[in-house]
Design a protein around this ligand. Structure first.
Ligand SMILES: C[S@@+](CC[C@H](N)C(=O)[O-])C[C@H]1O[C@@H](n2cnc3c(N)ncnc32)[C@H](O)[C@@H]1O
Length: 277
């Protein structure tokens, strides 16, 4: 049976949800406030704050990225990710990457909610298999962005506990990872793969996006559900504007652009794959 929130907590959580919505676009409806309370438990404990005090401090922060506001954003967003997440990677390699490789020399790929980097390094491994390390380093640039500094730091470190590597085919693991010297239960991504990945903080809700050049392929997976329908539509349309003609958008197999007012064309028979025609 769901626990009923007391009136003070309910109104503090509504305030925090509204702050999150304004700052990040992350959307917690009233029915999700209980979940938000659980996520903020540690932030409140660490900072010795009640939910009402937390809410007040967020609004007093004047929109600055204070340590407290960053903690709240990190706690409220779900950072779960995985190497080779969802069954799209053969299609990515044989249809999308092959198509882009045949049309262009320099390939720009953006992972727009990269979390701790697994998505970017999966893209890099698949591309390395497709064209070899030398070509990869000459031709491919992968940008990974996220709102969370904390996860981006992990992405940059590129060090993962061995149990997080279980999805990776054994031969890829041998080729693209090595054991960390000082932590025997961790592996680090191959330097060549790291050298083509750049990680930056970016809020998808904040537009216009700061890019000079368009991308050939954009991954925007498992993040759209944070936003309201209208915000989702604005984001996918902003992604469209930053995609090269004939470029590709990959969302999660659990997300869909159906019922959005957008120019993206869905690939028939493929879930979560769209094209700019
Ligand atoms: C569930 S993870 C998805 C990671 C990866 N794309 C995947 O599919 O495995 C969602 C990520 O979106 C990020 N995120 C949430 N709101 C965001 C925003 N407004 N702008 C950019 N990133 C955001 C979170 O910090 C989190 O790392």
């Amino acid at each position: 049976m769901p626990v009923v929130l007391n009136a003070d907590d309910f109104s503090a959580l509504q305030g925090i949800a509204q702050w999150l919505m304004q700052k990040t676009g992350i959307y917690y409806s009233d029915s999700k406030l209980e979940t938000l309370k659980h996520k903020l438990f540690k932030v409140c404990l660490d900072n010795r704050l009640t939910l009402s005090q937390l809410c007040t401090q967020l609004y007093n922060g004047d929109g600055q990225k204070t340590p407290l506001s960053l903690q709240v954003v990190a706690a409220a967003s779900t950072n779960y990710t995985a190497f080779f997440r969802e069954d799209i990677w053969d299609w990515f390699r044989y249809e999308i990457l092959s198509d882009v490789m045949s049309r262009t020399q320099q390939i720009r790929i953006w992972s727009a909610a990269v979390s701790s980097g697994e998505e970017a390094y999966t893209i890099a491994m698949v591309a390395a298999e497709c064209m070899g390390i030398e070509q990869l380093m000459q031709r491919v640039a992968i940008l990974g962005t996220d709102i969370s500094f904390q996860t981006l730091r992990q992405a940059e470190d590129a060090i993962y506990p061995i149990d997080k590597l279980s999805n990776i085919p054994l031969d890829y693991k041998d080729k693209y990872f090595s054991l960390c010297n000082n932590q025997s239960h961790c592996m680090v991504v191959h330097k060549a793969l790291r050298s083509i990945c750049l990680f930056r903080r970016m809020n998808l809700k904040k537009r216009p996006y700061p890019f000079k050049r368009r991308f050939h392929i954009i991954f925007c997976r498992n993040v759209l559900y944070y936003f309201t329908p209208i915000e989702r539509e604005r984001i996918v349309n902003a992604l469209y504007d930053f995609t090269e003609n004939n470029g590709w958008l990959i969302v999660s197999v659990t997300e869909s652009l159906t019922s959005m007012n957008t120019r993206w064309k869905k690939i028939k028979g493929k879930t979560g794959i769209y094209r700019k025609e």
